[in-house]
Design a protein around this ligand. Structure first.
Ligand SMILES: Nc1ncnc2c1ncn2[C@@H]1O[C@H](COP(=O)(O)OP(=O)(O)OP(=O)(O)O)[C@@H](O)[C@H]1O
Ligand SMILES: [Mg+2]
Length: 410
């Protein structure tokens, strides 16, 4: 790849073209914030365009399932790169099977941590984790395709005994372990039922067909090959389904980041999370941001609001590139603080009432004023954004983002 590369976001009202260095400016991730309709997605497209021009593989997780797919496809064509769609509605779209890759314990962890358990349910979480890990090992050994559906079926005592018979000759210990799992009473039997119901509800939901369909998306490959990958999380799915799927994707991205740590010569990759439901899972998101950074994966988060969670908020605000479209209320204050202040000179005059308002004295004092005030951020028109980026010092600009449509891309 031709490093160092740079791309323009648009015209800055103060510093000329607002050029972003890739990968340096994105190495600590990017945050794009703004009210609905303020221009986040258009800005995101611009970044994707720049990253592709610099040779990066790009994976887009589209929380609205729509608009970005068309642009992603057009961008792939423009850059003469392969395009992949996953979880989309079209029959050509790739499936996604989170059980296919990873050690059995990793698969178990991915699935179990994608559901929420209250503190009293911790025991069920542990039981499910252990059982799924053993089941995945056995199913693979028996040549059974592991999917969320086949796992749900296997989380049943009689199915466990059947599986034990199938693997007994190849692995007697494993068969014994399965029989042991199958004969446990409570809380294990309740935990199997609970996990079975949870997996079953996802499988019966809107993602069901895509979870069974092959060929399926491999996230680590999508982060390695120069290509554009679009993953849809359709807006019409139930919020429960979407948040489970979003969590599974986070786990997979984290795993892919880990795999990259040991690998040589991988290009820096970009993952776009546009209106990503899993922002509601702050602990996992903070982990993802940290691990990705080490693995040279830049995460571009586009969101309508700052998350309430303090840690995630801090992680996002410390992104190397922060783009703020029109925002409201408390977010405007927080973002104004993120843009910093500049020195200012305040001149105040006191008037003398006895001398009909003539100036009695002048005082000059040094002060600091916001680079961009909260009020300015609240009144930005569509397509205009306040931008701060840090590689070559702290740079702040108000930028008119240049939409790709102007170049005939979308
Ligand atoms: N830089 C721009 N220049 C001109 N028009 C723009 C620009 N950015 C956005 N628009 C227009 O404004 C509309 C909304 O833009 P966009 O979809 O990017 O907003 P958004 O912040 O992603 O909204 P949402 O939160 O609903 O996803 C679109 O019709 C788009 O064409
Ligand atoms: Mg959008």
């Amino acid at each position: 790849m031709n490093a160092p590369a740079s791309f323009a976001l648009g015209k800055s009202r103060s510093v000329g073209a607002a050029n972003i260095l890739f990968p340096a400016d994105l190495a600590r991730h990017a945050l794009i914030l703004g009210n609905t309709g303020s221009g986040k997605t258009v800005t995101t497209e611009r970044i994707v365009h720049g990253a592709l021009a610099a040779g990066a593989p790009v994976v887009i997780v589209d929380g609205k399932g729509g608009r970005l797919e068309r642009t992603a496809r057009a961008l792939a064509t423009l850059h003469q790169l392969p395009f992949r769609s996953a979880l989309g509605l079209s029959p050509n779209s790739l499936g996604y099977n989170p059980c296919r890759i990873g050690e059995p314990a990793q698969v178990a962890d991915k699935l179990v941590s994608s559901f929420t358990f209250d503190p009293a349910g911790e025991i069920y979480r542990q039981v499910a984790q252990e059982a799924i890990s053993v089941l995945v090992t056995a199913m693979r050994l028996a040549g059974i395709r592991v999917t969320m559906r086949s796992l749900a079926d296997a989380l049943d005592p009689s199915a466990m005994r059947g599986l034990a018979e199938r693997v007994a000759i190849q692995d007697a210990d494993l068969a014994r372990e399965l029989r042991g799992l199958s004969s446990r009473g409570n809380p294990s039997s309740t935990a199997y039922l609970g996990m079975r119901a949870r997996l079953g509800s996802v499988v019966r939901g809107v993602f069901g067909p895509a979870l069974e369909r092959g060929p399926s998306l491999r996230i680590s490959a999508a982060l390695k090959d120069r290509a554009v990958t679009h993953i849809s999380l359709p807006a019409m799915a139930s919020t429960g389904d979407v948040s489970v799927m979003a969590r599974i994707l986070i786990q997979d991205l984290k795993q892919a980041a880990c795999l990259r740590l040991g690998a040589q010569d991988l290009p820096p990759a970009v993952v776009v999370l546009d209106e990503f439901a899993a922002l509601g899972d702050p602990t996992q998101m903070v982990d993802l941001l940290r691990q990705s950074r080490e693995a040279q994966i830049s995460i571009v988060v586009a969101s309508q609001q700052l998350p309430e969670n303090v840690d995630l908020r801090g992680s996002l605000l410390s992104s190397g590139l922060v783009i703020c479209h029109q925002v409201t209320g408390a977010d405007a204050e927080t973002m104004s603080a993120r843009f910093g202040t500049r020195p200012d000179i305040v001149v105040s005059r006191t008037l003398d009432p006895a001398r009909r308002g003539k100036v009695a004295g002048t005082s000059i004092r040094r002060s600091e004023r916001p680079e961009i005030s909260a009020s300015e951020l609240m009144h930005l028109p569509t397509g205009r954004a306040a931008v701060v980026w840090n590689t070559s010092g702290h740079r702040v600009a108000i930028v008119d983002i240049e939409p790709l449509t102007a170049r005939g891309v979308a």
